[in-house]
Structure formats: structure tokens, C-alpha cells
Design a protein around this ligand. Structure first.
Ligand SMILES: *[C@@H]1O[C@H](CO)[C@@H](O)[C@H](O)[C@H]1NC(C)=O
Length: 364
């Protein structure tokens, strides 16, 4: 790592000198442009690369990349047709951030509109707001020209949801409620205890088994992408349809700046994926960028942000990639094996990097 950094530094010095000598305005042509994305979303990275290599801005390249994933319905967890909520509906969370201006646009729990990242860009470009939610976000997106209202369900998502209903709505995201092992409506246990004091409520109040949905690649999964364009400008973006069988109204880390993505042009960028309900409490990407600002390299910063969460929630799963403004990248993960994709000028095509969870130093 140290060697690599040194070589990068030397190459950088050399190109800087060359550009001085030649008098051209060569802006770090060795490192830029650069596209990094969570998971092996190779087509999405290629789409962003084509755009940014063709000269578009980092913001527009992020939109190209994330849109590709929405159209391909990457892993069923980006775009329409995946992650049905308790009512069987698919909703969209997305965010975009311009690291030059620190402007952010985001939509959360957006219904009836497929184009999450484009809706997020519309919020950033055409409003003074940062985050629009629910059906109001849909109305905004459609009023600004995006297609809709559309049915975001697919045969697969409806089938998944039907099976879940048949399985007494298990697993789900409720805790400390009654009835147990059954569909709702639910009541808080303590509230139920009061109400059932004189009834034979005892058996009903038996502790509920751990039935939180299995967190895995096909459940908690986000495309989080960072792009550095030819001018050295950084943008990040995310898009996801959230967690399967979520309680309607749930918003994950996807549209939360500093959680699923964050960037500052002076420092670098970060993207995150995993158990968003936990991760958003720690703003891990804000942490990563701020740690790099104070001098940590990307690997240390990513490991540190992940282990902060792991110390408090040893059962969470999550992953982070970090890049600094010189294009040095690293990943860290906990609870699962993580892959992230990179395309840089020295590569012929997208390269997928694998990170193992033992690289994070947890609580010992
Ligand atoms: C939406 O699409 C799903 C899957 O094709 C279908 O089962 C459902 O009936 C549709 N909903 C409406 C309101 O058309």
C-alpha cells in the first residue's frame, strides 16, 4: 500500500512536471476519470465510464451509471420490481451529491416512479430542497417530466410477497409486539400487557422468536457509486428499492447524505451498502470522508467507520468503499464478503475487487 501510494505520488509529480513543461492543462490524467461502485454492478460502471470518459460531468455520469442499474434491476434491489413492502409495494430511495458545491438531491419511499436517481437529480437541480418523500416525491418527479405513474411491482415481487403472507407475514421487521408469528395489526407488548391483564393473555405474550428477515446480498443492497470526472470533480449517488418486507414508510440509508454516500471534492468520496437501518445511525460515509480529511488513508478510514458500527451492533452486516481525491481506493466490510467495482484509465475494462470481513478489526 505504502509503495503503491509512493508510486502514485511519483507518477503524479511526473505528470505535474510534464504538464508544466509542456504548458498543457493536463489534470491528473493518470488517475481520472474514475468510477467506483458497490458490488459487481459491472454494466452500471461501464455506463458511467462511457459517459465520463466521453466528457460529461461527474454528476451526469453518476446518473448514467445508477440509471443503468435501475433499468437492469441489479440484484432485484435497485429499480422497480423488487423488495416488496408489507403491502406488496415497491418504493424507491435515491440520492445524488455534487462534491464541488456540496449540493444534494434525494427522494425517499417514492411511489409509482421508476427513475430514482433522475428524480434525485431533479430535486438537486431545480429545488432548494434536499429530500422529498413518498407520494409527494412522485408528484414532483412526474411534474418535472419523468414517466409515471407506473406499477413498480413485478411478477417476482408479487410472488415473493404472496409467499410471505402465506407464511404468516414472517419474517418481518417488528419487535416487542403481539401477536407473535402472525400478520398484523400489531400492538406494543407493554400496551397489550395492560389490556390483557384480566384476560388469559399470558400465552400470547410469550417472547417472540428472532424473526428479523435474513440480511443478505438480495435483501439489503444498494448501488452506491462515486465518479471523478476529467476535471477532477467528484460526485456520488445511490439507488435502491430498500429492504424486503419493510414496514411501509420505512426509509433506509440510501437517501441519507453521509450514510450511503458522501463526498467532498477537497478530500474524496465514500459509498456504503448493508443494513441501512443500523448504518444510518452512524453516518459512516461522512465519517470516512472526515477521517481521510484528517489524514487517514482510504483503507484505514473505511475499516474505522465499519468497526465503529460493529462494536455497537455485532450482528449487523455492511460494507464501505472509500476513494481519495488522487483515486486511491479501498473497501471494508463486516458480516459478509463485499465486492466493489472500479474502472480507471489504466484498466481495459471494469475490475471487481473482493474484500473479506476479517480485514476489519472488530471489538477484541
Ligand atoms: C402491478 O403489476 C403486478 C405484477 O405484474 C400485478 O400483479 C398487479 O396486479 C399490478 N397492479 C396494478 C394496479 O395494475
Amino acid at each position: 500500500m505504502a509503495n503503491k501510494t509512493l508510486i502514485c505520488a511519483q507518477v503524479f509529480l511526473l505528470t505535474s512536471l510534464l504538464s508544466l513543461v509542456l504548458g498543457h492543462k493536463v489534470v491528473n490524467s493518470e488517475q481520472y476519470p474514475l468510477v467506483v461502485s458497490t458490488w459487481p454492478f459491472v454494466e452500471a460502471v461501464r455506463a458511467a465510464w462511457r459517459a465520463v470518459d466521453g466528457g460529461v460531468s461527474a454528476v451526469d455520469a453518476v446518473v448514467e451509471g445508477c440509471s443503468a442499474c435501475e433499468e437492469l434491476r441489479c440484484d432485484g434491489t435497485v429499480g422497480p420490481g423488487g423488495s416488496p413492502d408489507e403491502n406488496g409495494e415497491t418504493t424507491i430511495d435515491a440520492l445524488i451529491m455534487d462534491a464541488v458545491t456540496m449540493e444534494v438531491g434525494a427522494v425517499a419511499a417514492m411511489r409509482y416512479v421508476k427513475d430514482g436517481i433522475k428524480a434525485a437529480r431533479l430535486v438537486m437541480q431545480y429545488t432548494g430542497h434536499t429530500l422529498l418523500v413518498g407520494e409527494k416525491a412522485s408528484v414532483f418527479a412526474i411534474s418535472m417530466g419523468l414517466p409515471g405513474p407506473a406499477n413498480l411491482s413485478s411478477t417476482e415481487s408479487i410472488e415473493k410477497w404472496t409467499k410471505w403472507k402465506q407464511n404468516h407475514c414472517q419474517p418481518n421487521f417488528w419487535k416487542n409486539v403481539v401477536p407473535v408469528n402472525s400478520c398484523g395489526p400489531y400492538h406494543g407488548k407493554d400496551f397489550a400487557k395492560l389490556r390483557h391483564k384480566t384476560c388469559s393473555g399470558a400465552s400470547v405474550l410469550e417472547s417472540m422468536g428472532s424473526s428479523l428477515p435474513q440480511i443478505g446480498v438480495n435483501n439489503h443492497d444498494t448501488i452506491s457509486m462515486a465518479v471523478i470526472d476529467k476535471l477532477g470533480h467528484i460526485a456520488v449517488g445511490t439507488s435502491t428499492n430498500g429492504a424486503t418486507f419493510k414496514i411501509p414508510g420505512r426509509v433506509g440509508d440510501g437517501p441519507i447524505p453521509g450514510s450511503s454516500a458522501y463526498a467532498d471534492n477537497e478530500v474524496g468520496a465514500c459509498g456504503a451498502t448493508g443494513d441501512g437501518d443500523i448504518m444510518m445511525r452512524f453516518l459512516p460515509c461522512y465519517q470516512v470522508v472526515e477521517s481521510m480529511r484528517l489524514g487517514m488513508d482510504p483503507r484505514l478510514a473505511a475499516n474505522d467507520a465499519i468497526s465503529r458500527i460493529a462494536r455497537k451492533f455485532p450482528d449487523f452486516v455492511g460494507a464501505i468503499f472509500a476513494i481519495n481525491k488522487n483515486g486511491v481506493h479501498a473497501g471494508a466490510c463486516y458480516g459478509w464478503t463485499f465486492q466493489y467495482s472500479v474502472r480507471s484509465p489504466e484498466m481495459d475494462d471494469v475490475k471487481v475487487f473482493t474484500v473479506h470481513p476479517d480485514s476489519v478489526i472488530g471489538d477484541s
